[in-house]
Design a protein around this ligand. Sequence first.
Ligand SMILES: [Zn+2]
Length: 467
Amino acid sequence: MSAWEPVIGLEIHVHLKTRTKMFCRCPIAYFEPPNTQTCPVCLAMPGSLPVPNRKAVEWTILLGLALGCEIAPRAIFHRKNYFYPDNPKGYQISQYDEPLCVDGRVVVPGSDGDSEVGIVRAHLEEDAAKTVHVGGAEGRIHGSESSLVDFNRAGTPLVEIVTAPDIRSAEQAKRFLQVLRQMVVELDISDAEMEKGSMRFDVNVSVREAGESDFRTRTELKNMNSFNFAAKGIEREIRRQVELYESGGTVVQETLHFDPGNESAPPLRSKEEAQDYRYFPEPDLVPLEPDRELVERLRGGLPELPWARIRRLEAEIGFTLAEGLVTSGRDELYSRVPGEREAVANVVMNELAATGVEPADVNAEELGKVIAARADIPRAAFAEALAASGDEGFSAERYLAESAIADVSELDPVIDRILGQNQQQVEAYRGGKEGLLGFFVGQVMKETGGKANPKVVNERVREKLKA
Ligand SMILES: [Zn+2]
């Protein structure tokens, strides 16, 4: 079998979390009753006119800058014409050949080194309404009895990011998407919640033989909203295409719907009938000409981005922990907690995450003390400390105090001494007077000033008397 190289490109849609919609003043609300957040503009009443949302334009520029894009001096809104019930105007206002952000690149860190992903464009558009299919399985149109349209979502500002076909594995695609999502969240321009649909993506997949320079026919996996499903779907599609070529077949350009349940991807529609959207400039909107001063101000205000933070942290704690911390938004806490880096990273990433304590609430100094003393503290006390680390007035002291009392290496010599001093009782115990156990434990407690953990002392004394 020859070596096949996957070629993957992504199109990512991100809802901007502006207070109002892209071209009207309707509030953006995800969980309101259907068709309550609408007006003549987003319902496409004749004579209504769009007015662009300034914040959405500004945030798209910010995102473009974070993706290393050029911000176009002039961008134009176009009408993308298509007929569908979720599209009341009969066209979507989008950007076509003059988008706001072009020619970006990001460096994606990986366990086996950095890789570069080109960003072809990032443009601003409006989302369609939501179609709800009733009566079919899993809300799919297939097999449904009827379809309803909810216009609350119609007109939500949406940024579409298109990458170059630079991605070479499902794993790399997943990582890119995870880091991108984190970036969008940190820029505070979208909550990018995939379950809510505020971030979703399409994946283009083709394969070619190693060394080939041309691209072969690609297929599209549409509307993915889970990183793991996307990775699975990509792997499956790569396998399918390789098998096709190796058995002498060819790949047909089509759109596939990946069903994670049964791992099948039935074709949605063939790209043979690719639509002609008859783009033309939106006559109701003037071109966008971003103020250069604004662009530079936004550029200057960019924080250190997740890609860069992963690379920086990788040197201290390795790629996996660095990536995990950054993509879960826990690296800010990690950097505040003093102590041995890998131990801190592990606790922040795993045990602390499991408690559900908000990273921002954690008293980092005190948590650092607890982590440093971890080996000496009983497991239960350590867990308790983590769970309490976000509470007001949290202090490590109480939990550190437990370190002495449960530490066997400190307790053993005391126990040995007590047993040595009470040979008669030891003989009696071994002769069957087991009630004497309490006597020994009491002596140890007295000796340690009451600081010993009685449970541990009990166990140790029992153990030693057995010998
Ligand atoms: Zn509206």
